[in-house]
Design a binder for this molecule. Sequence first.
Ligand SMILES: [Zn+2]
Ligand SMILES: [Zn+2]
Length: 275
Amino acid sequence: MTPRLRRLWPVLLLPMLLNAAESPKLGSTIFTWEGFTAKPTAVGERREVTRLPTATLREFQSHISTLNPTLASHPPHTHPQEELIILREGELDVHINGTNTRVGPGSVFFFASNDPHAVRNAGDKPATYFVFNFTTAVTAEMRGKAPLPADAARLGSAVFPWDKLVATETKVGERRALASLPTATLANFSVHVTTIRAGLAPHAPHRHPDEEIVLVKEGKLDVTVNGVTTRVGPGAVLFLASNDEHGWKNVGETDATYYVIRVKSEATPAVVAQN
Ligand SMILES: [Zn+2]
Ligand SMILES: [Zn+2]
């Protein structure tokens, strides 16, 4: 470092430090489908959802991609942060580590840290999918490393075709369990799909330290977060921050079905906050 640079560097560093200190955390948020803005891309469209730290994640990033027929998102790529995709409509070839799996609407796939992956539109209509990226303190340690070897005690890259999911009856409708395991970068990652019959609620409003993301597949819900109720429909994304009280009810005349993603990181508190 030159003497001049040595003198200057605290000044250069200051805005970065301030920025880090001021970086807002994503609180509980309801993103409605109507609230997203579609921007054209080279391969279709993109809708931004969010990109912010949360109470328990270094960063939570989400967007919605639309891929035109025959096109690929990008050549197979790798990154340390783990990624979950939910296909809303269309048909995709999902590429993971050199293997392609063709999936249709409703399917879910998970890309473990540093596994090469890509998707290609295998249908004759646009394909639209929700992307969720999770960054934790462990993610930084995985940068530039080889993917972890397969381990039954950890969720690796996986494809969950909608038509292979098994529905079990519940008191209020149905449940499809996909996974609940630690991953390379998350202390636990749990994904399931819940269906609630018209007029019913899955549970009374509750709270938990782990953060929850909900994507509405179909139906109409009244979502109450910290006492405020919002009506949402298909394509809505809910982010429920650590320990915020949340609940919902199916207020439509048909079934309501939604995906639930629950994430625990090294920063997730062990107990429910008292207030
Ligand atoms: Zn990716
Ligand atoms: Zn919950």
